[in-house]
Write a protein that binds this ligand. Structure first.
Ligand SMILES: N[C@@H](CCC(=O)N[C@@H](CS)C(=O)NCC(=O)O)C(=O)O
Length: 254
């Protein structure tokens, strides 16, 4: 009898990447046992990573194939490799259908939500914290647009309701890391805009009345076990100045 070989996932990861967290959260929510391989973002990617896994050199990426021998860091030959966080989420939802809502309409809502998170929050967040070509108001308005797609919290919301597209799904996996990073960066006033701008945005988004629905959602996702994957804040606060210095990111004068 031929023995069936189970494919295993290796995630190429780094603790400070919101893109990676999306994939990590989905894997944990699906109950998958997987391997992690940390990529050092401050040195050139290893040659095998560019050749075998992701020629663009970015993370996240996954290898999907037979288990690598314990003394080997390279993925086994014939592994399948995939990059781009949202593409990986779709692949994982194909492998583990519990990561998608049950009905076609809710699955479409999940995809629409993901598209809006990317357009309204991911694009503006990076501009605010790293490039400086986006005004803070664009991030706050983008968060409000995404909030408008969230359900109104109801007394007695269950596991089957109250998330971005009904029950918890990859739509939430796409948004949760951004919520974590935006909250952390703005509360600590970490952005390229003049001192105080980030903190003001935090007060508006995480304490202001206009953002009640977002705050309720934040509380709800923070209670999930997978929120425990978010990187320790102390570690982040030590890492971020090194990251900013490495990429030459400087704060703007008032
Ligand atoms: N669109 C990509 C973006 C991935 C990305 O920009 N990853 C960053 C880490 S947060 C990276 O790998 N940076 C290293 C580099 O560009 O060399 C995705 O969704 O996966």
């Amino acid at each position: 009898m031929v023995q069936k070989i189970e494919n295993r996932i290796t995630l190429y990861t780094h603790p400070a990447s919101p893109y990676v967290k999306r994939v990590e959260i989905a894997l944990v929510e699906a109950g998958v046992d997987f391997d992690r391989h940390i990529i050092d973002l401050f040195v050139p990617r290893p040659e095998w990573y560019l050749r075998e896994v992701n020629p663009v050199g970015k993370i996240p990426a996954i290898s999907y194939g037979p288990r690598a021998p314990s003394n080997c860091i390279m993925p086994p030959p014939n592994s399948f490799h995939l990059c781009e966080s949202l593409v990986i989420l779709t692949f994982l939802a194909d492998l583990y259908p519990q990561l998608l809502p049950a009905t076609p309409i809710d699955r479409a809502r999940a995809q629409f939500f993901i598209a809006k998170v990317e357009e309204k929050v991911m694009a503006t967040w990076y501009g605010v914290v790293a490039i400086g070509d986006i005004e803070m108001e664009a991030l706050v308005n983008g968060m409000r647009d995404v909030q408008d797609l969230l359900p109104d919290p109801k007394e007695g919301d269950s596991e089957e309701t109250g998330y971005a597209a009904g029950r918890w799904s990859i739509a939430d996996a796409a948004f949760m890391p951004l919520l974590y990073f935006v909250e952390l960066y703005m509360r600590n006033d970490l952005c390229v805009h003049p001192v105080g701008k980030g903190r003001d945005a935090w007060v508006e988004m995480f304490e202001g009345e206009r953002f009640g629905r977002l705050q309720a959602y934040f509380k709800r996702v923070k209670a999930r076990k997978s929120w425990g994957l978010m990187t320790d804040e102390k570690w982040m606060l030590e890492f971020l100045p090194q990251f900013m210095a490495f990429y030459g990111i400087k704060r703007r004068e008032a």
